[in-house]
Design a protein around this ligand. Structure first.
Ligand SMILES: [Zn+2]
Length: 67
């Protein structure tokens, strides 16, 4: 009887291990990559994250180097 219990425990452990390994190899599809919207600097043309441009559409590097 105890051998049957041991066998059942072994099968249950193998099943859990198999499912865990499969989930590790194939991550769930709801983990979609996040994209940051970018925009082009009005002066130098470099694409930077949109929140780094000022109201005139100039990047921080162009603001720091006037001319
Ligand atoms: Zn720029």
């Amino acid at each position: 009887m105890s051998r049957l219990l041991l066998l059942l425990l072994l099968v249950a452990f193998a099943l859990v291990a198999w499912r865990t390994l499969r989930r590790g190899l194939n991550p769930p599809p709801d983990a979609a990559p996040t994209f940051e919207p970018t925009a082009r600097c009005a002066r130098c043309g470099t694409h930077v994250p949109r929140d780094q441009l000022d109201a005139t559409g100039t990047c921080a590097r162009c603001r720091a180097a006037p001319g």
